[in-house]
Design a protein around this ligand. Structure first.
Ligand SMILES: [Zn+2]
Ligand SMILES: [Zn+2]
Length: 621
Protein backbone atom coordinates (compact mmCIF):
# COMPACT_ATOMS: atom_id res chain seq x y z
CA UNK A 1 0.00 0.00 0.00
CA UNK A 2 1.17 3.53 -0.73
CA UNK A 3 2.24 5.47 2.31
CA UNK A 4 0.07 8.51 2.89
CA UNK A 5 2.64 10.79 4.51
CA UNK A 6 6.13 12.07 3.83
CA UNK A 7 8.12 11.67 7.05
CA UNK A 8 11.10 13.93 7.69
CA UNK A 9 13.33 13.27 10.71
CA UNK A 10 16.12 15.40 12.14
CA UNK A 11 16.18 18.13 9.48
CA UNK A 12 19.03 20.54 10.26
CA UNK A 13 19.77 22.37 7.02
CA UNK A 14 20.78 26.04 7.67
CA UNK A 15 19.02 27.18 10.84
CA UNK A 16 16.60 24.22 11.16
CA UNK A 17 16.89 22.75 14.67
CA UNK A 18 16.78 18.97 14.04
CA UNK A 19 13.04 19.01 13.46
CA UNK A 20 10.70 16.09 12.66
CA UNK A 21 7.52 16.44 10.65
CA UNK A 22 4.81 14.69 8.63
CA UNK A 23 3.55 16.05 5.33
CA UNK A 24 0.34 14.47 3.99
CA UNK A 25 0.66 13.04 0.47
CA UNK A 26 -1.76 14.11 -2.28
CA UNK A 27 -2.73 17.09 -0.18
CA UNK A 28 -1.78 20.77 -0.12
CA UNK A 29 0.57 21.83 2.66
CA UNK A 30 1.53 25.45 3.36
CA UNK A 31 4.87 26.00 5.10
CA UNK A 32 4.75 29.34 6.88
CA UNK A 33 6.53 31.44 9.51
CA UNK A 34 8.19 34.84 9.83
CA UNK A 35 10.93 35.84 7.38
CA UNK A 36 14.11 33.91 8.02
CA UNK A 37 12.36 31.23 10.10
CA UNK A 38 13.54 28.47 7.77
CA UNK A 39 10.58 27.97 5.40
CA UNK A 40 12.73 27.70 2.27
CA UNK A 41 15.39 25.70 4.10
CA UNK A 42 12.71 23.13 4.87
CA UNK A 43 10.67 23.10 1.64
CA UNK A 44 13.40 23.67 -0.95
CA UNK A 45 16.74 22.83 0.63
CA UNK A 46 15.54 19.75 2.52
CA UNK A 47 12.39 18.12 1.07
CA UNK A 48 12.89 19.13 -2.57
CA UNK A 49 16.65 18.57 -2.55
CA UNK A 50 16.31 15.10 -1.05
CA UNK A 51 13.55 14.12 -3.51
CA UNK A 52 15.62 15.39 -6.45
CA UNK A 53 18.62 13.43 -5.31
CA UNK A 54 16.60 10.21 -5.16
CA UNK A 55 14.46 10.53 -8.27
CA UNK A 56 16.45 12.55 -10.78
CA UNK A 57 16.74 9.82 -13.39
CA UNK A 58 13.11 8.72 -13.19
CA UNK A 59 11.86 12.08 -14.47
CA UNK A 60 11.15 13.09 -18.05
CA UNK A 61 13.58 15.28 -19.95
CA UNK A 62 11.08 18.10 -19.76
CA UNK A 63 10.97 17.95 -15.98
CA UNK A 64 14.71 17.46 -15.58
CA UNK A 65 15.46 20.86 -17.03
CA UNK A 66 13.90 22.46 -13.95
CA UNK A 67 16.03 20.48 -11.53
CA UNK A 68 19.23 21.48 -9.96
CA UNK A 69 21.11 18.66 -8.24
CA UNK A 70 22.81 20.07 -5.18
CA UNK A 71 24.60 18.55 -2.22
CA UNK A 72 22.94 16.03 0.07
CA UNK A 73 20.68 17.96 2.45
CA UNK A 74 21.26 17.83 6.19
CA UNK A 75 18.71 15.43 7.69
CA UNK A 76 18.64 12.13 9.57
CA UNK A 77 16.03 10.29 7.50
CA UNK A 78 13.21 10.80 5.03
CA UNK A 79 10.52 8.46 3.73
CA UNK A 80 7.46 8.62 1.49
CA UNK A 81 9.06 11.04 -0.98
CA UNK A 82 8.07 11.30 -4.67
CA UNK A 83 9.85 12.76 -7.67
CA UNK A 84 9.69 16.52 -7.15
CA UNK A 85 9.40 19.63 -9.29
CA UNK A 86 9.97 23.15 -8.00
CA UNK A 87 8.21 26.25 -9.21
CA UNK A 88 10.46 28.79 -7.56
CA UNK A 89 10.26 32.50 -8.30
CA UNK A 90 13.68 33.49 -9.43
CA UNK A 91 14.41 30.78 -11.99
CA UNK A 92 12.13 32.40 -14.56
CA UNK A 93 14.11 35.64 -14.41
CA UNK A 94 17.00 34.06 -16.27
CA UNK A 95 16.69 34.11 -20.07
CA UNK A 96 16.60 37.39 -21.97
CA UNK A 97 14.74 35.80 -24.88
CA UNK A 98 12.17 33.71 -22.99
CA UNK A 99 8.63 34.83 -23.77
CA UNK A 100 5.13 33.78 -22.78
CA UNK A 101 5.04 31.77 -26.02
CA UNK A 102 8.27 29.89 -25.38
CA UNK A 103 7.64 29.18 -21.71
CA UNK A 104 4.08 27.95 -22.26
CA UNK A 105 4.86 25.60 -25.19
CA UNK A 106 2.41 27.63 -27.29
CA UNK A 107 5.38 28.91 -29.30
CA UNK A 108 6.36 25.34 -30.13
CA UNK A 109 2.80 24.39 -31.16
CA UNK A 110 2.48 27.51 -33.33
CA UNK A 111 5.78 26.48 -34.93
CA UNK A 112 4.29 23.09 -35.83
CA UNK A 113 1.15 24.75 -37.20
CA UNK A 114 3.14 27.13 -39.39
CA UNK A 115 5.84 24.73 -40.55
CA UNK A 116 3.34 22.11 -41.65
CA UNK A 117 0.11 23.82 -42.55
CA UNK A 118 0.74 27.46 -43.41
CA UNK A 119 0.63 29.06 -46.84
CA UNK A 120 4.07 30.23 -47.96
CA UNK A 121 4.52 33.25 -50.22
CA UNK A 122 7.41 35.32 -51.57
CA UNK A 123 8.24 38.18 -49.14
CA UNK A 124 8.95 40.54 -52.07
CA UNK A 125 6.20 39.64 -54.54
CA UNK A 126 3.58 38.06 -52.29
CA UNK A 127 3.28 35.08 -54.65
CA UNK A 128 2.92 31.43 -53.67
CA UNK A 129 6.28 29.70 -53.55
CA UNK A 130 5.28 26.08 -53.33
CA UNK A 131 5.55 23.81 -56.38
CA UNK A 132 2.15 22.86 -57.76
CA UNK A 133 1.09 20.22 -60.27
CA UNK A 134 -0.85 21.01 -63.45
CA UNK A 135 -3.96 19.54 -61.80
CA UNK A 136 -3.56 21.86 -58.82
CA UNK A 137 -3.09 24.90 -61.05
CA UNK A 138 -6.16 24.05 -63.16
CA UNK A 139 -8.16 23.49 -59.98
CA UNK A 140 -6.99 26.85 -58.65
CA UNK A 141 -7.96 28.63 -61.90
CA UNK A 142 -11.39 26.98 -61.92
CA UNK A 143 -12.28 28.11 -58.43
CA UNK A 144 -10.54 31.48 -58.53
CA UNK A 145 -11.93 32.68 -61.87
CA UNK A 146 -15.25 30.86 -62.14
CA UNK A 147 -17.64 32.78 -64.43
CA UNK A 148 -15.03 35.36 -65.43
CA UNK A 149 -13.16 35.90 -68.67
CA UNK A 150 -9.45 35.32 -68.44
CA UNK A 151 -6.41 35.52 -70.67
CA UNK A 152 -3.73 32.89 -70.21
CA UNK A 153 -0.39 34.48 -71.07
CA UNK A 154 3.35 33.96 -71.21
CA UNK A 155 5.52 36.85 -70.09
CA UNK A 156 8.02 38.04 -72.70
CA UNK A 157 9.12 41.26 -71.02
CA UNK A 158 8.59 42.53 -67.51
CA UNK A 159 9.68 46.18 -67.29
CA UNK A 160 12.54 45.53 -69.69
CA UNK A 161 14.11 47.82 -72.31
CA UNK A 162 14.20 46.70 -75.96
CA UNK A 163 12.07 45.91 -79.03
CA UNK A 164 11.77 42.10 -78.60
CA UNK A 165 11.37 41.59 -82.35
CA UNK A 166 12.99 38.14 -82.47
CA UNK A 167 10.93 36.66 -79.66
CA UNK A 168 7.71 38.07 -81.12
CA UNK A 169 8.53 36.72 -84.59
CA UNK A 170 9.09 33.27 -83.11
CA UNK A 171 5.63 33.28 -81.54
CA UNK A 172 3.97 34.62 -84.69
CA UNK A 173 5.44 31.67 -86.58
CA UNK A 174 3.83 29.34 -84.03
CA UNK A 175 0.47 30.94 -84.83
CA UNK A 176 -0.02 33.44 -82.00
CA UNK A 177 -1.27 36.87 -82.98
CA UNK A 178 -2.17 38.88 -79.88
CA UNK A 179 -0.40 40.21 -76.81
CA UNK A 180 -0.81 42.72 -74.02
CA UNK A 181 1.80 45.38 -74.64
CA UNK A 182 2.25 47.93 -71.86
CA UNK A 183 -1.18 47.05 -70.52
CA UNK A 184 -3.06 47.26 -73.84
CA UNK A 185 -4.34 44.57 -76.18
CA UNK A 186 -2.24 44.63 -79.37
CA UNK A 187 -1.71 42.66 -82.62
CA UNK A 188 1.79 41.26 -83.05
CA UNK A 189 1.43 40.43 -86.75
CA UNK A 190 2.95 42.58 -88.16
CA UNK A 191 5.52 43.05 -85.37
CA UNK A 192 4.93 46.41 -83.66
CA UNK A 193 7.70 48.96 -83.59
CA UNK A 194 8.45 49.49 -79.91
CA UNK A 195 10.50 52.37 -78.51
CA UNK A 196 13.97 50.89 -78.11
CA UNK A 197 15.03 52.83 -75.02
CA UNK A 198 11.85 52.42 -73.01
CA UNK A 199 10.87 49.73 -70.56
CA UNK A 200 8.05 47.47 -71.73
CA UNK A 201 5.63 44.91 -70.36
CA UNK A 202 4.79 42.24 -72.96
CA UNK A 203 2.54 39.24 -72.31
CA UNK A 204 1.81 36.87 -75.18
CA UNK A 205 -1.82 35.74 -75.17
CA UNK A 206 -2.09 31.96 -75.50
CA UNK A 207 -5.85 31.88 -75.11
CA UNK A 208 -8.72 33.99 -73.87
CA UNK A 209 -11.81 32.27 -72.52
CA UNK A 210 -14.64 32.35 -70.03
CA UNK A 211 -14.12 29.93 -67.14
CA UNK A 212 -17.11 27.61 -66.95
CA UNK A 213 -17.62 23.82 -66.80
CA UNK A 214 -18.14 23.48 -70.59
CA UNK A 215 -14.62 24.82 -71.22
CA UNK A 216 -12.69 22.78 -68.68
CA UNK A 217 -10.67 20.82 -71.27
CA UNK A 218 -9.79 23.99 -73.17
CA UNK A 219 -8.72 25.72 -69.95
CA UNK A 220 -6.47 22.79 -69.13
CA UNK A 221 -4.91 22.73 -72.62
CA UNK A 222 -4.28 26.48 -72.57
CA UNK A 223 -2.62 26.40 -69.18
CA UNK A 224 -0.50 23.42 -70.17
CA UNK A 225 0.58 25.10 -73.42
CA UNK A 226 1.44 28.36 -71.69
CA UNK A 227 3.49 26.56 -69.05
CA UNK A 228 5.36 24.68 -71.79
CA UNK A 229 6.10 27.85 -73.74
CA UNK A 230 7.06 29.73 -70.57
CA UNK A 231 9.30 26.89 -69.34
CA UNK A 232 7.14 26.27 -66.30
CA UNK A 233 6.02 29.86 -65.76
CA UNK A 234 2.85 31.54 -67.03
CA UNK A 235 0.29 34.10 -66.02
CA UNK A 236 -3.48 34.49 -65.81
CA UNK A 237 -5.07 37.92 -66.35
CA UNK A 238 -8.69 38.83 -65.93
CA UNK A 239 -10.18 40.85 -68.80
CA UNK A 240 -13.45 42.73 -69.19
CA UNK A 241 -16.04 42.11 -71.93
CA UNK A 242 -14.15 44.34 -74.38
CA UNK A 243 -10.96 42.35 -73.90
CA UNK A 244 -9.33 45.04 -71.77
CA UNK A 245 -7.05 44.04 -68.90
CA UNK A 246 -8.69 44.51 -65.52
CA UNK A 247 -5.35 44.98 -63.84
CA UNK A 248 -1.88 45.20 -65.23
CA UNK A 249 -0.36 42.53 -63.02
CA UNK A 250 -1.80 39.06 -63.40
CA UNK A 251 -1.67 35.95 -61.26
CA UNK A 252 1.59 34.09 -61.79
CA UNK A 253 1.34 30.33 -62.06
CA UNK A 254 4.30 28.00 -61.84
CA UNK A 255 5.17 24.33 -61.92
CA UNK A 256 8.41 25.06 -60.12
CA UNK A 257 8.85 25.76 -56.45
CA UNK A 258 9.94 29.27 -55.58
CA UNK A 259 8.56 32.67 -56.46
CA UNK A 260 7.59 32.79 -60.16
CA UNK A 261 9.17 36.26 -60.45
CA UNK A 262 12.36 36.18 -58.36
CA UNK A 263 12.61 32.42 -57.70
CA UNK A 264 12.75 33.01 -53.95
CA UNK A 265 12.03 29.71 -52.19
CA UNK A 266 11.64 28.94 -48.51
CA UNK A 267 13.88 26.22 -47.13
CA UNK A 268 12.24 23.09 -45.73
CA UNK A 269 10.62 24.66 -42.70
CA UNK A 270 10.42 23.26 -39.19
CA UNK A 271 9.49 24.73 -35.80
CA UNK A 272 12.91 26.37 -35.41
CA UNK A 273 12.16 28.70 -38.31
CA UNK A 274 9.28 30.19 -36.33
CA UNK A 275 11.12 30.74 -33.07
CA UNK A 276 12.77 34.04 -32.09
CA UNK A 277 15.24 31.93 -30.10
CA UNK A 278 16.37 30.03 -33.16
CA UNK A 279 16.28 30.29 -36.96
CA UNK A 280 13.28 32.64 -36.93
CA UNK A 281 15.07 35.44 -35.11
CA UNK A 282 15.09 39.07 -36.21
CA UNK A 283 18.61 39.97 -37.26
CA UNK A 284 18.49 43.52 -35.95
CA UNK A 285 17.76 42.67 -32.31
CA UNK A 286 18.98 39.07 -32.41
CA UNK A 287 15.54 37.82 -31.38
CA UNK A 288 15.36 39.87 -28.19
CA UNK A 289 12.63 42.20 -29.45
CA UNK A 290 14.43 45.15 -27.85
CA UNK A 291 17.53 47.11 -28.69
CA UNK A 292 20.02 46.85 -25.87
CA UNK A 293 22.77 49.41 -26.20
CA UNK A 294 25.94 47.67 -25.01
CA UNK A 295 27.61 50.99 -24.14
CA UNK A 296 24.80 51.98 -21.82
CA UNK A 297 25.25 52.07 -18.11
CA UNK A 298 24.13 48.61 -16.94
CA UNK A 299 22.20 50.29 -14.13
CA UNK A 300 20.08 52.15 -16.65
CA UNK A 301 19.13 48.86 -18.24
CA UNK A 302 17.75 47.64 -14.92
CA UNK A 303 15.38 50.52 -14.36
CA UNK A 304 14.56 51.83 -17.79
CA UNK A 305 12.55 50.04 -20.44
CA UNK A 306 14.83 49.25 -23.39
CA UNK A 307 13.67 50.48 -26.79
CA UNK A 308 11.48 48.05 -28.77
CA UNK A 309 13.05 46.82 -32.03
CA UNK A 310 11.40 48.53 -34.99
CA UNK A 311 12.45 45.90 -37.51
CA UNK A 312 10.33 43.20 -35.87
CA UNK A 313 7.88 45.39 -33.89
CA UNK A 314 9.22 43.87 -30.68
CA UNK A 315 8.29 40.29 -31.58
CA UNK A 316 11.91 39.19 -32.08
CA UNK A 317 10.80 37.43 -35.29
CA UNK A 318 12.28 37.74 -38.78
CA UNK A 319 9.99 40.15 -40.74
CA UNK A 320 10.18 37.83 -43.78
CA UNK A 321 7.99 35.38 -41.84
CA UNK A 322 5.03 37.71 -42.37
CA UNK A 323 4.70 36.09 -45.81
CA UNK A 324 3.83 32.76 -44.24
CA UNK A 325 0.27 32.71 -43.03
CA UNK A 326 -2.21 30.34 -41.49
CA UNK A 327 -5.77 31.40 -42.36
CA UNK A 328 -4.47 34.85 -43.18
CA UNK A 329 -2.52 35.29 -39.92
CA UNK A 330 1.24 35.51 -39.67
CA UNK A 331 3.24 34.20 -36.72
CA UNK A 332 3.98 37.87 -35.88
CA UNK A 333 0.27 38.55 -35.56
CA UNK A 334 -0.01 35.72 -33.04
CA UNK A 335 2.93 37.05 -31.00
CA UNK A 336 1.28 40.46 -30.89
CA UNK A 337 -2.06 39.14 -29.66
CA UNK A 338 -3.18 37.88 -26.28
CA UNK A 339 -3.81 34.34 -25.05
CA UNK A 340 -7.52 35.17 -25.18
CA UNK A 341 -7.25 36.15 -28.87
CA UNK A 342 -5.45 32.88 -29.56
CA UNK A 343 -8.20 30.99 -27.78
CA UNK A 344 -10.88 32.65 -29.91
CA UNK A 345 -8.93 32.09 -33.14
CA UNK A 346 -8.28 28.44 -32.32
CA UNK A 347 -11.87 27.70 -31.36
CA UNK A 348 -13.19 29.32 -34.57
CA UNK A 349 -10.62 27.42 -36.61
CA UNK A 350 -11.49 24.09 -34.99
CA UNK A 351 -15.18 24.71 -35.70
CA UNK A 352 -14.53 25.47 -39.36
CA UNK A 353 -11.88 22.80 -39.95
CA UNK A 354 -14.27 20.13 -41.27
CA UNK A 355 -12.41 19.78 -44.55
CA UNK A 356 -8.97 19.82 -42.97
CA UNK A 357 -6.80 16.90 -42.08
CA UNK A 358 -6.93 15.35 -38.64
CA UNK A 359 -3.39 16.63 -38.03
CA UNK A 360 -4.36 20.32 -38.35
CA UNK A 361 -7.27 19.71 -36.04
CA UNK A 362 -5.04 18.08 -33.46
CA UNK A 363 -2.61 21.02 -33.43
CA UNK A 364 -5.47 23.52 -33.18
CA UNK A 365 -7.06 21.58 -30.34
CA UNK A 366 -3.77 21.44 -28.46
CA UNK A 367 -3.42 25.21 -28.82
CA UNK A 368 -6.99 25.62 -27.65
CA UNK A 369 -6.35 23.54 -24.52
CA UNK A 370 -3.14 25.41 -23.69
CA UNK A 371 -4.88 28.77 -24.06
CA UNK A 372 -7.83 27.54 -21.99
CA UNK A 373 -5.57 26.48 -19.11
CA UNK A 374 -3.80 29.81 -19.12
CA UNK A 375 -7.08 31.67 -19.08
CA UNK A 376 -8.29 29.48 -16.20
CA UNK A 377 -5.34 30.63 -14.16
CA UNK A 378 -6.00 34.28 -14.98
CA UNK A 379 -3.34 34.83 -17.65
CA UNK A 380 -5.64 35.45 -20.64
CA UNK A 381 -4.55 39.08 -20.87
CA UNK A 382 -0.87 38.28 -21.51
CA UNK A 383 0.51 38.80 -25.01
CA UNK A 384 2.28 35.78 -26.45
CA UNK A 385 5.35 37.84 -27.31
CA UNK A 386 5.62 39.30 -23.80
CA UNK A 387 9.09 38.77 -22.33
CA UNK A 388 9.27 36.72 -19.14
CA UNK A 389 11.67 39.31 -17.69
CA UNK A 390 8.88 41.86 -17.72
CA UNK A 391 6.40 39.63 -15.87
CA UNK A 392 5.87 39.83 -12.15
CA UNK A 393 7.11 36.84 -10.16
CA UNK A 394 3.55 35.74 -9.53
CA UNK A 395 2.71 35.87 -13.25
CA UNK A 396 5.84 33.94 -14.20
CA UNK A 397 5.15 31.26 -11.64
CA UNK A 398 1.52 30.88 -12.70
CA UNK A 399 2.72 30.54 -16.29
CA UNK A 400 5.00 27.71 -15.23
CA UNK A 401 2.13 26.22 -13.25
CA UNK A 402 -0.14 26.17 -16.30
CA UNK A 403 2.58 24.45 -18.36
CA UNK A 404 2.91 21.82 -15.65
CA UNK A 405 -0.85 21.28 -15.54
CA UNK A 406 -0.64 20.39 -19.22
CA UNK A 407 1.86 17.65 -18.44
CA UNK A 408 -0.75 15.62 -16.52
CA UNK A 409 1.89 14.05 -14.30
CA UNK A 410 0.79 11.87 -11.39
CA UNK A 411 2.49 11.16 -8.09
CA UNK A 412 4.75 14.19 -8.25
CA UNK A 413 5.72 16.42 -5.34
CA UNK A 414 5.41 20.10 -6.34
CA UNK A 415 7.13 22.80 -4.31
CA UNK A 416 5.91 26.37 -4.90
CA UNK A 417 7.49 29.56 -3.61
CA UNK A 418 4.96 32.25 -2.68
CA UNK A 419 2.74 31.80 -5.74
CA UNK A 420 0.25 34.28 -4.26
CA UNK A 421 2.85 37.05 -4.32
CA UNK A 422 1.54 40.14 -6.08
CA UNK A 423 -1.92 38.67 -6.58
CA UNK A 424 -5.13 40.48 -5.88
CA UNK A 425 -7.38 38.52 -3.47
CA UNK A 426 -9.76 37.84 -6.37
CA UNK A 427 -6.97 36.16 -8.32
CA UNK A 428 -5.95 33.94 -5.45
CA UNK A 429 -9.22 32.10 -6.05
CA UNK A 430 -8.20 31.08 -9.56
CA UNK A 431 -4.65 30.28 -8.49
CA UNK A 432 -6.01 28.01 -5.81
CA UNK A 433 -8.22 26.18 -8.30
CA UNK A 434 -5.15 25.43 -10.42
CA UNK A 435 -3.24 24.17 -7.38
CA UNK A 436 -6.21 22.00 -6.44
CA UNK A 437 -6.17 20.56 -9.95
CA UNK A 438 -2.56 19.49 -9.34
CA UNK A 439 -3.75 17.77 -6.18
CA UNK A 440 -6.70 16.09 -7.91
CA UNK A 441 -4.32 14.73 -10.57
CA UNK A 442 -2.80 12.76 -7.69
CA UNK A 443 0.09 15.02 -6.73
CA UNK A 444 1.42 16.38 -3.45
CA UNK A 445 1.83 20.15 -3.16
CA UNK A 446 4.04 22.05 -0.71
CA UNK A 447 3.73 25.84 -0.78
CA UNK A 448 5.95 28.33 1.00
CA UNK A 449 3.62 31.25 1.65
CA UNK A 450 2.34 33.60 4.31
CA UNK A 451 -0.84 34.77 2.66
CA UNK A 452 -3.71 34.11 5.11
CA UNK A 453 -6.04 33.22 2.20
CA UNK A 454 -3.66 30.51 1.07
CA UNK A 455 -3.21 29.15 4.58
CA UNK A 456 -6.92 29.07 5.28
CA UNK A 457 -7.55 26.86 2.23
CA UNK A 458 -4.65 24.47 2.81
CA UNK A 459 -5.10 20.88 4.00
CA UNK A 460 -2.11 21.14 6.32
CA UNK A 461 0.04 23.90 7.79
CA UNK A 462 3.61 23.70 9.03
CA UNK A 463 4.50 26.74 11.13
CA UNK A 464 8.17 27.51 11.71
CA UNK A 465 9.67 30.08 14.07
CA UNK A 466 9.57 31.67 16.48
CA UNK A 467 11.96 34.32 15.06
CA UNK A 468 14.32 34.66 12.12
CA UNK A 469 17.91 33.45 11.73
CA UNK A 470 19.30 31.72 14.83
CA UNK A 471 16.01 32.38 16.61
CA UNK A 472 14.10 30.44 13.95
CA UNK A 473 14.23 26.91 12.61
CA UNK A 474 11.94 25.34 15.17
CA UNK A 475 8.66 23.58 14.45
CA UNK A 476 5.98 25.58 16.28
CA UNK A 477 3.03 23.49 15.13
CA UNK A 478 1.75 21.32 12.31
CA UNK A 479 -2.00 21.26 11.96
CA UNK A 480 -5.14 21.24 9.85
CA UNK A 481 -6.25 24.91 9.56
CA UNK A 482 -9.80 23.89 10.48
CA UNK A 483 -8.40 23.02 13.90
CA UNK A 484 -6.40 26.23 14.26
CA UNK A 485 -8.03 27.04 17.59
CA UNK A 486 -6.37 24.10 19.33
CA UNK A 487 -2.91 25.40 18.33
CA UNK A 488 -3.47 29.11 18.99
CA UNK A 489 -1.34 29.02 22.15
CA UNK A 490 1.81 27.61 20.50
CA UNK A 491 1.55 29.11 17.01
CA UNK A 492 1.02 32.77 16.11
CA UNK A 493 -0.15 31.60 12.69
CA UNK A 494 -2.83 29.38 14.19
CA UNK A 495 -3.90 32.20 16.48
CA UNK A 496 -4.12 34.60 13.55
CA UNK A 497 -6.11 32.13 11.43
CA UNK A 498 -8.51 31.51 14.28
CA UNK A 499 -8.95 35.23 15.04
CA UNK A 500 -9.50 36.06 11.40
CA UNK A 501 -12.62 33.97 11.40
CA UNK A 502 -14.01 35.89 14.37
CA UNK A 503 -12.48 39.39 14.17
CA UNK A 504 -14.43 42.59 13.61
CA UNK A 505 -13.33 45.08 10.96
CA UNK A 506 -11.71 48.24 12.34
CA UNK A 507 -13.30 51.61 11.59
CA UNK A 508 -11.33 53.45 8.88
CA UNK A 509 -9.06 56.30 10.00
CA UNK A 510 -9.97 59.75 8.65
CA UNK A 511 -7.31 61.65 6.71
CA UNK A 512 -7.13 65.26 5.60
CA UNK A 513 -4.31 65.58 3.09
CA UNK A 514 -3.78 68.96 1.46
CA UNK A 515 -0.87 68.38 -0.90
CA UNK A 516 -0.62 65.76 -3.58
CA UNK A 517 1.72 64.62 -6.31
CA UNK A 518 -0.52 64.60 -9.35
CA UNK A 519 -0.06 62.66 -12.59
CA UNK A 520 -2.35 63.80 -15.40
CA UNK A 521 -3.45 61.29 -18.02
CA UNK A 522 -0.89 58.57 -17.39
CA UNK A 523 -0.66 56.66 -20.69
CA UNK A 524 1.92 53.91 -20.32
CA UNK A 525 0.89 50.42 -21.49
CA UNK A 526 -2.78 49.98 -20.59
CA UNK A 527 -3.18 52.98 -18.24
CA UNK A 528 -6.31 54.93 -19.14
CA UNK A 529 -7.13 57.08 -16.08
CA UNK A 530 -7.65 60.86 -16.15
CA UNK A 531 -5.33 61.48 -13.20
CA UNK A 532 -3.66 59.81 -10.24
CA UNK A 533 -2.95 61.59 -6.94
CA UNK A 534 -0.55 60.57 -4.18
CA UNK A 535 -0.90 62.49 -0.87
CA UNK A 536 2.31 63.99 0.51
CA UNK A 537 2.99 62.68 4.00
CA UNK A 538 0.72 59.68 3.46
CA UNK A 539 1.14 55.98 2.80
CA UNK A 540 -0.54 55.07 -0.48
CA UNK A 541 -1.39 51.52 -1.51
CA UNK A 542 -1.84 50.94 -5.24
CA UNK A 543 -3.97 47.87 -5.75
CA UNK A 544 -5.55 45.95 -8.62
CA UNK A 545 -5.48 42.59 -10.39
CA UNK A 546 -2.34 41.45 -12.21
CA UNK A 547 -1.84 43.40 -15.39
CA UNK A 548 -4.08 46.25 -14.19
CA UNK A 549 -1.15 48.66 -14.52
CA UNK A 550 0.13 48.99 -10.94
CA UNK A 551 3.78 48.74 -11.97
CA UNK A 552 3.28 50.99 -14.98
CA UNK A 553 1.83 53.68 -12.75
CA UNK A 554 4.19 53.48 -9.77
CA UNK A 555 7.47 51.91 -10.88
CA UNK A 556 7.52 53.67 -14.24
CA UNK A 557 5.38 56.81 -14.42
CA UNK A 558 5.68 58.03 -10.83
CA UNK A 559 9.27 56.95 -10.26
CA UNK A 560 10.70 58.17 -13.59
CA UNK A 561 9.13 61.60 -13.17
CA UNK A 562 10.22 61.97 -9.55
CA UNK A 563 13.67 60.87 -10.58
CA UNK A 564 13.76 63.45 -13.37
CA UNK A 565 12.54 66.28 -11.11
CA UNK A 566 15.08 65.52 -8.43
CA UNK A 567 17.87 65.17 -10.95
CA UNK A 568 17.12 68.59 -12.44
CA UNK A 569 17.09 70.04 -8.91
CA UNK A 570 20.40 68.46 -7.96
CA UNK A 571 22.15 69.57 -11.15
CA UNK A 572 20.32 72.88 -11.15
CA UNK A 573 19.09 72.34 -14.66
CA UNK A 574 16.28 74.54 -15.96
CA UNK A 575 13.09 72.63 -15.28
CA UNK A 576 11.16 73.99 -18.26
CA UNK A 577 13.11 71.83 -20.69
CA UNK A 578 11.91 68.53 -19.31
CA UNK A 579 8.84 66.77 -20.63
CA UNK A 580 7.01 64.40 -18.28
CA UNK A 581 7.36 60.67 -18.87
CA UNK A 582 4.34 58.61 -19.95
CA UNK A 583 1.76 61.26 -18.99
CA UNK A 584 0.52 64.72 -19.97
CA UNK A 585 1.39 66.44 -16.70
CA UNK A 586 3.32 65.86 -13.49
CA UNK A 587 3.07 68.26 -10.55
CA UNK A 588 3.23 68.64 -6.77
CA UNK A 589 6.65 67.09 -6.30
CA UNK A 590 8.53 70.35 -5.60
CA UNK A 591 8.99 69.51 -1.93
CA UNK A 592 10.44 66.07 -2.65
CA UNK A 593 14.19 66.00 -2.05
CA UNK A 594 14.90 62.36 -2.48
CA UNK A 595 13.18 59.22 -3.74
CA UNK A 596 14.20 55.61 -3.61
CA UNK A 597 12.82 52.50 -5.22
CA UNK A 598 12.72 49.43 -3.01
CA UNK A 599 11.75 46.66 -5.38
CA UNK A 600 11.71 42.96 -4.70
CA UNK A 601 14.17 42.37 -7.51
CA UNK A 602 17.35 42.15 -5.42
CA UNK A 603 15.65 39.67 -3.09
CA UNK A 604 14.26 37.45 -5.79
CA UNK A 605 17.59 37.43 -7.61
CA UNK A 606 19.61 36.01 -4.79
CA UNK A 607 19.04 32.49 -3.57
CA UNK A 608 21.03 33.23 -0.42
CA UNK A 609 18.68 34.21 2.36
CA UNK A 610 18.90 37.83 3.45
CA UNK A 611 19.44 38.85 7.05
CA UNK A 612 16.09 38.64 8.79
CA UNK A 613 16.27 42.24 9.93
CA UNK A 614 16.40 43.44 6.33
CA UNK A 615 13.42 41.36 5.28
CA UNK A 616 11.49 42.49 8.32
CA UNK A 617 11.31 46.00 6.89
CA UNK A 618 8.92 44.64 4.29
CA UNK A 619 6.86 42.70 6.78
CA UNK A 620 6.28 45.89 8.76
CA UNK A 621 5.38 47.87 5.66
ZN1 LIG B 1 9.52 37.03 -55.49
ZN1 LIG C 1 13.97 42.85 -33.97
Amino acid sequence: MERNTIEIRGAHEHNLKHIDMSIPRQKITVVTGVSGSGKSSLAFDTVLAEANRRFFYTLSHYSRQFLDLGARPALRSASGLSPAIALAQNETQASVRASVASLSDIGEMLGVLFARFAEKRCPTHDLPTEARSLDEIVGFAKSQYFGRTIAVTVTIADQKKGQFKKQLEGFVKKGYSKAFIDGKLADIDPIPNLAKDEKHDISLIIDSLKVDPSKEQRLRRSIETSLNLGEGLACIHTVDTKGKLESRSGQHISLQSGCPVCHFAWPRLDTRHFSPNSLGRCEVCDGRGVIIDEDDDPKAEENFEPEACKNCAGTGLDPKLKSITFRGRSIQKFYMSTIKDLFEFASESVDSSLGDSAAVKLVLETLLNHAQRMMDIGLGYLHLGRRIRTLSNGEAQRLRLSAILNEHLRGVLYVLDEPSQGLHPREIDRLWKAIERLKSQGNTVIIVDHDPDMMRRADWIIDLGPGGGVQGGMLLAQFDPKEAKAYAKVSATAEHLYNRLTSVARAPVKHSFKEFIQIDKPRLNNLKMAKARFPLGGLTVVSGVSGAGKSSLVLKTLFYNLHQEIKSKVWNKPKAKTVPWFCSGFSGADAIEFCTLISRKPIAKSSVSMPATYLDIFTDL
